[in-house]
Design a protein around this ligand. Structure first.
Ligand SMILES: [Zn+2]
Length: 266
């Protein structure tokens, strides 16, 4: 599904369990087409990845064009699919050093899928991204912003796309001031600093890893989270649980229980 186009460059959504675009366990997966080559933002859960491959074919993009996979972080709904995509396309995998470690060890022992006995496959990583790293994808230049908080290895990717500033925010910021799961291990001051960094970018387009995306004035959505986090907390809403264990991530398990039970793990 094409989201944006500028000349030879385009951005597609090719996966997204919450939006019914691919397997229910997938985070949103975007394809960035820089004209001569393309990159995936995250790789998905690795369950029925053929679904996403089919989406790419329907968009008219040859899978061999995918030369890179950029990881927003190592949670299994984003990164467990790395090995499959690497085999399918030969793409090089880049991420935070901690995320690269997880992918190379296939260390998703705390995930839903591991709790069901599924084995995960490791993948080789190519580049350990530093703060402010530049990644050239054809005509497009992506920049990394370290955004720890949701996880210690969270990275956001920023690019100038035509006249629009585009941000891939992973699970750090969602639309309407939302954010990914936080746990007792979250360093809230660090998380606030991460959100402030993203707010300062004043982006037009927000492409997060869950919930809906925003195509204009996205800076307002990020500013909302900055405001929420900067407020003094005086009470807790009893109808809302603010923290979940880290294995919960962004999916309600009841949404994909059937899909997992019927899936024959490879
Ligand atoms: Zn996550």
């Amino acid at each position: 599904m094409k989201i944006l186009q500028d000349g030879d460059c385009a951005i597609y959504m090719i996966g997204g369990g919450g939006m019914g675009v691919s397997h229910p366990t997938d985070a949103h997966i975007y394809l960035v087409d820089g004209g001569t080559e393309a990159a995936l933002i995250d790789a998905g859960s690795g369950i029925q990845p053929e679904w996403m491959l089919n989406n790419i074919r329907e968009d008219g993009i040859p899978a061999e064009k995918i030369r890179h996979i950029l990881l927003t972080h190592s949670h299994w709904d984003h990164a467990r699919g790395c090995a499959w995509w690497q085999r399918e396309t030969g793409a090089q995998i880049h991420g935070h050093p901690l995320a690269c470690d997880v992918v190379e060890r296939a260390d998703w022992s705390h995930s839903h899928i591991a709790r069901r006995g599924a084995v995960s496959e490791p993948a080789a990583t190519h580049r350990r991204l530093a703060e402010g790293s530049q990644i050239q994808i054809g005509q497009l230049e992506l920049h990394t912003v370290y955004t720890p908080g949701h996880s210690p290895d969270s990275i956001s990717f920023f690019t100038q796309f035509g006249d629009r500033k585009v941000l891939f925010s992973g699970d750090t910021v969602f639309a309407e001031g939302g954010h990914g799961t936080l746990s007792a291990a979250t360093d809230f001051k660090q998380f606030l600093e991460s959100v402030r960094k993203l707010a300062a970018l004043k982006v037009d387009v927000l492409l997060p890893s869950h919930k809906h995306f925003v195509l204009s004035r996205a800076d307002r959505h990020i500013a909302l989270l900055e405001k929420k986090l900067s407020s003094t907390w005086t009470r807790m809403d009893y109808n809302r649980v603010p923290f979940f264990p880290t294995w919960w991530l962004e999916h309600d398990e009841t949404l994909y229980n059937d899909a997992l039970n019927t899936h024959e793990e490879r």
